[in-house]
Write a protein that binds this ligand. Structure first.
Ligand code: C2E
Ligand code: MG
Ligand code: MG
Ligand code: MG
Length: 281
């Protein structure tokens, strides 16, 4: 191993790089077959109203459960799925599975809440995207108001009038729209006025140190008040402790999501949260 060869940094680097490349190749090869092998799973994370503490929605987050390598994070494989185009069939599978699951819970008598699905820019840009969403809603019999689409500022890299047109179409169907990872992108704030969105999700990087970094607190307060002035619902992601929660409550954030409440979990376990919500009604 290069490490034993002393200070040969170049060689050490080469070995590390080879490991990175071979994992990347393994992922690429495995990813192509993962969909037909049914290796993708969806986990669900609850969102809460900060004032009432009631569950207000949930987010679908995909995982790749590979027989050889275990659970692989979307941060690792989504970029590759985007490059190869796999994100189109995979994204449709995620959308379908999430909508079908939400409808199933409603049919079982649980509280009806919107399910949020993350979208890649490439998926959103696809010419058949809106048709696919409409078809999935029809096939799963989920009412559009129980679907929320989480987009990122990266979609604004493309023709903005096309983006607005698509968002308006989705909105007119009754689907909810939110901007994810808000504050990390490069888009102009003027888009917030032009986009028919319902919610802003403050990126978790700003929440992390909100209780002891005055700069982060300033940013979060600014996003909340701007969001409210624009009549948007503001949600904080990545809430991990009570201190963060108390700051967010004090500064009138509307909703919260994070490990403090629950990590993303399989559907079966998530049913327990819904059962609890039903019993509190
Ligand atoms: P995101 O949509 O911003 O999702 C939030 C991420 O933060 C999730 O990571 C979630 O598990 C994690 N998280 C939740 N609460 C906490 C917390 O309290 N602390 C910390 N440190 N993290 C928390 P995950 O599931 O690994 O997903 C990462 C990203 O991958 C997502 O960020 C999203 O951009 C993308 N992604 C996940 N699922 C999908 C999908 O179905 N489609 C697409 N296109 N992208 C997806
Ligand atoms: Mg998200
Ligand atoms: Mg996010
Ligand atoms: Mg994201």
């Amino acid at each position: 191993h290069a490490k034993e060869k002393g200070k040969n940094n170049f060689q050490f680097f080469t070995v590390e790089l080879n490991e990175v490349i071979s994992r990347k190749m393994m992922l690429e090869k495995g990813l192509r077959k993962a969909l037909e092998k049914k290796e993708f799973k969806i986990h669900y994370q609850p969102k809460y109203n900060i004032k009432s503490g009631t569950i207000t929605g949930l987010e679908a987050l995909v995982r790749w459960d590979n027989s050889e390598h275990g659970i692989i994070s979307p941060m690792e494989f989504i970029p590759n799925a985007e490059e190869t185009g796999l994100i189109i069939p995979l994204g449709e599978w995620i959308l379908y599975t999430a909508c079908a699951q939400n409808k199933k819970w409603q049919d079982e008598g649980f509280l009806a809440i919107p399910i949020a699905v993350n979208l890649s820019a490439r998926q959103f840009q696809h010419p058949h995207f809106v048709d696919t969403v409409v078809r999935v809603l029809n096939e799963t019999c989920l009412e559009p108001r129980y679907l929320e689409l989480e987009i990122t500022e990266s979609i604004t890299m493309n023709n903005v009038s096309d983006v607005i047109e698509k968002l308006k179409l989705l909105k007119s169907l009754g689907i909810k729209l939110s901007i994810d990872d808000f504050g990390t992108g490069y888009s102009s704030l003027s888009y917030l006025k032009k986009f028919p969105i319902d919610s802003l999700k403050i990126d978790k990087s700003f929440i992390k140190d909100i209780h002891n970094d005055p700069d982060d607190l300033t940013i979060v307060k600014t996003i909340i008040s701007m969001g409210h002035n624009l009549k948007l619902n503001v949600i904080a992601e990545g809430v991990e402790n009570i201190e963060q929660l108390m700051f967010l409550e004090k500064h009138k954030c509307d909703q919260v999501q994070g490990f403090f409440f629950s990590p993303p979990i399989p559907a079966q376990e998530f049913s327990e949260f819904l059962r609890e919500a039903n019993s509190n009604k």
